[in-house]
Design a protein around this ligand. Structure first.
Ligand SMILES: [Fe+2]
Length: 321
């Protein structure tokens, strides 16, 4: 049960607007009640916790709906305010996005609310435009959140940056790229949990089942939401490879929509460089090398070069992700 508690960054709590939920402190593997329902969270609480170097409080699953509504309706104001620094803003946008993807995976029928996903990507863009080190800021909060959906946000932030650094794109296209990437793995809700959680090698039957997730996600979104072609292409084709070795359709290079080519590169790069707990695993330089040499021919060269520039390897600078 304890894994189901969601961490809430204390900096994202505005005492005047925060909903009435119980808040818990994490102590080792236990969760200890910090504030019960009915008691306000005050700025004195925030200061006291900050002095004790506590960055996160935790919320029970039954209160998550209130939290998500609070976060989403206050995100824009929070991001535009001068009272919060980029780190706090990063935590806010990160948390809102993770809650959104988690919510959609748990309640797929909510995916039809396009306004909601648009607002979320708008906020992510607002944060990224304002903050030159957006990816690094997001990274700083990842270590605290062991959520399964972290990956979707990482791929989204990177795809948006990469897409706009390589191509001349309209704001609408960027929004569509954001929405599509955030939902790129939604088809996994149709894949048995045992297969998704398996850490060892999958059997041929299991592999075949797993490989159905892009097509399942595409089919579902086409029916349930009026997503653009750009967004749908990302969901359906993010596992296609330029040399035709991908799935589900085995498309080759220019047959693969460019939004999906960018998503494919970001998906693999994030999988290689950041593990399921949000910690770094393969260094950026090695990940790029693997993608350029071992996986030669799998990805669009222009996109790969753009990634290399973006993560700072050519300049020898520190990787952003
Ligand atoms: Fe996928």
């Amino acid at each position: 049960m304890s894994d189901l508690y969601t961490p809430i960054s204390i900096e994202s709590i505005d005492p005047a607007l925060f909903p009435d939920v119980a808040l818990y402190l994490k102590s080792g593997t236990n969760y200890v009640l910090y504030k019960s329902h009915g008691r306000d969270f005050s700025s004195v609480d925030a200061e006291r916790l900050a002095r004790g170097n506590v960055e996160f409080l935790h919320v029970q699953p039954s209160d998550m709906e209130l939290i998500t509504t609070y976060m989403e309706s206050n995100a824009e104001r929070f991001l535009k305010s001068d009272q919060h620094d980029n780190k706090a803003k990063g935590k806010m946008i990160y948390q809102t996005s993770i809650n959104y993807v988690g919510d959609i995976f748990a309640n797929p029928d909510k995916v039809g609310d396009l306004e909601r996903s648009k607002r979320l990507i708008e906020n992510l863009l607002l944060f990224m435009a304002d903050n030159g080190e957006a990816l690094a800021s997001l990274e700083s909060v990842m270590a605290h959140n062991y959520h399964t959906f972290v990956h979707s946000l990482q791929v989204t932030a990177l795809s948006i940056m990469l897409h706009s650094s390589i191509y001349t794109v309209s704001r609408d296209e960027i929004l569509d790229v954001g929405i599509g990437t955030l939902l790129h793995d939604i088809g996994k809700i149709f894949i048995p949990q045992e297969i998704l959680n398996q850490t060892g090698k999958l059997s041929p039957t299991e592999t075949a089942l797993f490989k159905r997730h892009p097509e399942e996600g595409y089919r579902y979104l086409k029916e349930q939401a009026s997503l653009s072609e750009v967004s749908l292409a990302i969901v359906r084709s993010h596992h296609e490879r330029n040399n035709g070795n991908g799935y589900p359709q085995g498309l080759r290079s220019e047959q693969i929509p460019r939004s999906a080519q960018v998503a494919a590169v970001c998906d693999v790069y994030c999988t290689l460089t950041i593990d399921r707990t949000g910690k770094k695993c393969t260094p950026a330089s090695l990940a790029l090398q693997l993608m350029k040499q071992e996986m030669k021919g799998a990805f669009n060269e222009r996109v790969l070069n753009g990634l290399e520039e973006l993560v700072g390897e050519e300049a020898g600078g520190p990787p952003l992700l």
